[in-house]
Design a protein around this ligand. Sequence first.
Ligand code: SAM
Length: 235
Amino acid sequence: MSGKDTSRKKFNSSPKPQQKPKHYPHIGRKEKEPDAAFWAKLYRVGDTGWDQGGPSPGLVDFLKDDVGARRAMPLRSGCALVPGCGHGHDARALASAGFDVIGLDVVKSAVREAARLAKSEGLTGIRFEQADFFDLSGILRGPYDLIFENTFFCAIDPGLRDRYVETAANLLHPGGFLLGIFYNIQPETGPPFGVTREELIERFGHRFTLALDRVPRSISRREGKELLMLWQRKT
Ligand SMILES: C[S@@+](CC[C@H](N)C(=O)[O-])C[C@H]1O[C@@H](n2cnc3c(N)ncnc32)[C@H](O)[C@@H]1O
């Protein structure tokens, strides 16, 4: 590779000032088209600052039934989808907790590594597929009992957010759950693109009912910047 790699986006670094969109001013301007090639390049150069090396603390607490959080979701098993799974740390935590899990990511090297890690832990009931969340076919279309997402919503083009909500709802059984750990930041360029609690409520409220809403435990550099929301698909 020659010259400076301008695609490198630091998930936790200071953003540059840019023009802001009209309706959701907290959403950063697109620095790069966050397409499959963009993500593949980040994996290739090892610029994966979002990777926590393990499951999200918010998910870990949720699965341990931290302060009764799981009363809101009685489900203890079933079929779970983890879109934008990266190296699959959250997917493995869900499989260890008893779910049958499909992790998907648009980057082949990511799902390959995710599969390797799951195998090295001897996990069963988990598999990884290279696929685009917005263009799923066959068995990947579900329906699922649960979708878990962690910094995937903030990774996609903000213009796809309503489509994300529709896609997620249509992949779930009526009454199925979407558990999300969303990135509540306000950078001026993205990805990652910030999201506020208000925007999430506005967008998800059409197809989902909010069952749980809290600021989860996070790794130190994300402390107070995440929103854990459990959404239940309306029937
Ligand atoms: C910020 S990373 C988060 C990865 C993982 N959830 C984690 O927390 O470690 C976003 C992930 O979404 C994937 N991705 C982006 N667009 C996608 C799409 N349309 N379909 C599936 N995966 C996608 C990227 O390749 C990347 O692995």
